[in-house]
Design a protein around this ligand. Structure first.
Ligand code: AMP
Ligand code: MG
Length: 332
């Protein structure tokens, strides 16, 4: 589905007037504001319930705009931008003066990317500036991959929702920090580590903890209402049936290798064998199990190669300890 020209114009007008626009990208739907309007940027944090210290990504209409927004672009960053933009790769660089501190959570670095989606690119072109956007969901919850997910979660808190159909990639962008000597992956995502390494010609570090404030590094993030429990693939069926017998409403992520196993549970998701299809469906599956009233989701981690690294990262966070004492309450 492609948004109509009138919708793009309307959305660009909302951004110019300081409003918030939810828009599709190839990764997930973003909650966008004019990156140069601190009041509009502040509203993003308010609507998401996101702590103001957590930085956003500035979306640009093309790699040719990069130097307007950042300073000191290292050769590695140029190389990566050349290869992967437009695409699901976010580069962390030194903040240019055009970027207000509100958008970077007070950091002197800024995350930038050029999304690979016709509607996002049309919006960026019609608007003409940078659009700062995190995922269009409440802080900590499951990212939206359809316009309906955004409407269901944020409703009237957004001034305009651009519908561009379901997102192709389905998990967020890979974030690479290029401000240090050697680039490192801050968050695995739509561009695989293997693809990055093939272009760079050397192995990349994927730090488990870092001094940089990245919400994706919180123990609990990307989380549905239901509690998520991870077990070995061969134990998924037995654990799910036991929990169901104990009175839980169990949702099962049935691994592709066990696709034919009969399983007694409240709801079953057949996990796609292809990692691209799994990534595309992941957040929709989690939302669907919530919708069906599951209170517990039993899943296993895919092998951490290719897109499996990003999927495993999101599932581990979805299964992370929850801030609330009940464990199951939806977070604001
Ligand atoms: P989201 O988490 O989907 O809401 O989108 C924003 C992502 O970009 C978060 O994971 C941010 O922490 C990350 N990010 C933005 N700016 C920076 C930065 N300067 N350094 C590190 N990560 C950043
Ligand atoms: Mg997010």
């Amino acid at each position: 589905m492609t948004a109509r020209t009138t919708d793009i114009e309307k959305a660009a007008g909302v951004l110019r007037a300081g409003g918030l626009v939810a828009f599709p990208t190839e990764t997930v739907y973003g909650l966008g504001a004019n990156a140069e309007d601190p009041a509009a940027v502040a509203r993003i944090f308010q609507v998401k319930g996101r702590p103001p210290s957590h930085p956003l990504i500035v979306h640009l209409g093309g790699a040719e705009h990069l130097d307007d927004w950042v300073e000191d672009v290292p050769a590695t960053a140029r190389l990566l931008a050349e290869h992967f933009w437009p695409g699901p790769l976010t580069l962390v660089l030194r903040r240019g003066r055009r970027v207000p501190l509100e958008a970077t959570g007070g950091l002197e670095t800024v995350a930038v990317r050029v999304p690979d989606h016709p509607v996002a690119l049309a919006l960026l072109s019609a608007f003409g500036g940078g659009v700062t956007a995190p995922s269009a969901n409440r802080f900590g919850s499951v990212s939206p991959t359809t316009a309906n997910h955004v409407r269901a979660e944020l409703g009237n808190a957004v001034d305009f929702v651009l519908d561009g159909g379901p997102c192709e990639v389905g998990v967020e962008s890979t974030i690479v920090d290029t401000t240090g000597g050697t680039p490192s992956i801050l968050r695995p995502g739509g561009v695989t580590r293997e693809d990055l390494e093939a272009v760079l010609g050397y192995p990349l570090a994927v730090p488990t903890a870092s001094g940089v404030r990245v919400p994706g590094q919180h123990p609990s993030h990307y989380a549905p209402r239901a509690r998520v429990v991870l077990v070995e693939p061969e134990k998924v069926v037995a654990e799910a049936e036991l929990a169901q017998e104990l009175g839980h409403q169990v949702g099962v992520f049935l691994p592709a290798s066990f696709a034919d196993a009969p399983v007694k549970a409240h709801a079953v998701v057949a996990v796609p064998g292809s990692m691209a299809a799994y990534a595309r469906g992941l957040y929709g599956f989690l939302r669907e199990l919530d919708r069906q009233g599951c209170d517990l989701i039993i899943a296993s981690l895919p092998a951490k190669e290719g897109l499996g690294l990003a999927i495993a990262n999101r599932l581990r966070r979805a299964a992370g300890p929850r801030p609330s004492s009940t464990g199951n309450a939806p977070r604001q």
